[in-house]
Design a binder for this molecule. Sequence first.
Ligand code: ADP
Length: 619
Amino acid sequence: MAKKKFKTEVSQLLHLLIHSLYSHSEIFLRELVSNASDALDKLNYLTLTDDALKGLDFSPRIDIRVDGAGEGTLVLEDNGIGMNEADLADALGTIARSGTRSFVEQLSGDAKKDSNLIGKFGVGFYSCFMVADSVDVISRKAGEDSAWKWTSDGSSGYSIDSAERESQGTTVILHLNDAGKEYASHWRLQSLVKKYSDHIAFPIHMHWVESEGEGDEKKDEAKTEQVNAASALWKRPKSELKDEEYNEFYKTLSHDGEDPMLRIHTRAEGTLEYTTLFYIPSKAPMDMFHADYKPGVKLYVKRVFITDDEKELLPTYLRFVRGVIDSEDLPLNVSREILQQNRVMAKIREASVKKLLSEFKKLSEKPEEYATFVEQYNRPLKEGLYSDWAHKDDLLSLVRYKSTSVDGWTSLQSYKDRMKEDQKAIYYLAGDNEETLRKSPLLAAYKEKGIEVLIMADEIDEIVTPMIGPFQEMEFKAINRSGALDDLKTEEDKKKDEDAAPVLKKIKEALGDMVKDVVSSARLADAPSCLVSDDADPSAQMRQMLKAMGQTDLPEATFILEVNPEHPVVKGLAASEDTELDADVAQLLYEQALLVEGVSLKDPVAFASRLNRITAKAF
Ligand code: ADP
């Protein structure tokens, strides 16, 4: 077959791998073993569920062959699902994993970060080009008769030709390069398998040749040894498992190179029997906010792999969790449709959510560690606030916010504990930039009265917070909503409002339908007017978001004009009896408030003539 070029990302990735990351080259073995293990998992499942493959005589295994002082080749073989011609082109000619693309982007962005980054991502199959000049992959797909050989030097492209292979499975042949020669030693390989792949559930056999005797007596002897324990790690008792073993298992499972932040290993016995082993990555998975994120939890039934592509195993907001669910009670041939309505699965899912949330709660008792958790996962947990009502109270105790009174994060509970006795609500200001929010003039009135305001700078706060309902009987109130300030008004303020009534009426008459209402405001210090949204309407920012989401039939926005009765312009207007001038001033109060909000005027020409009419009167 003609030689084919790699898709661009592949060439980029290979270049980066080969030139900047080879101090970590040993991870290639973990990647290859983990691919082999996945291939065995898949075939194992098919021999139980697929009629065509049911009769297959199959004892899953991985073999590693090294020729020591010979040609410097290293062979890794599995008798798993295998690949046909199209699979090879698809899997090894493009970058399938969505995370990999961002990986490449990050790498290319800042060369200095390279060596740290490699630790953080699984780069998969391509890592073998760190140690090999060229790689052959000979594969035959289970249930098919022909075998194929994929060959590449890892830079220019690859070719696929027909080949021979006795039965299903995949053989990866690495022609080691100078840097890779160190892996031609069975000692080295053995210790790497122990280090990275001891938990793999299938036997890994090592084959090598040992020379014995001297001179004419010298004889080569072929040796074979099983190198790993070959039992499913999650089934082993916690007391037997070391941190390193747990962490290596995590890395194989998640393709993350960094140790996890948290692990939760649970065995349930009783009416339902199952084991779960969950991990929380130390950094949020890169596809967490992509609609096509890859789910991180694998389902096994009695240690047989069933699926790693089922998003319903946990609620969507927990999509950052990695791990394994292994049930003793589900049928092995469980289909996706059955799974989603299955009672057993529903119970395991519910128990898993409870367990995860309670472990997060435990973590929250250690503020420093919890802060790093919050930095990564606050936002998905907030999604849970509107999607998972059953666990709302737990989630409310887990989410954190910034605030005007304390540094760092605060919980709602501690906000409530700090509240003044007569405070009527939980006040917040939501937007998408913390710095801008902190500078908002709206905060001044609250600061003056010593009332703490939560600063919510997460994109989704503005949607989620109004939907939460009360927290311990305290309603959330956005301070950029018209009603919010009424709570703060003193008797004296109310008296001032009464005095302002005539001028408000005057402005309202002049503006007509342009505004929903005109009210007096205590929050304005230097400005004569500002615009706020009505409690019942979407705010300006929400409108923008709804528009971006394709909502085009939004009614024209009308706002409430707040005016400052203490301001000289408003005072002047109150005292004036010049109807024409009054109408111009009222308009200007509205128009300048629009300009301050960054909204462009509908009729700038009319605005300019108004401004000139008034300015002319100043002389
Ligand atoms: P990942 O394993 O994260 O998907 P890789 O680059 O390691 O990324 O592998 C790409 C794909 O190639 C795999 O998803 C799988 O479909 C296929 N593959 C790799 N190795 C094997 C193997 N030994 N047997 C069957 N398929 C394999």
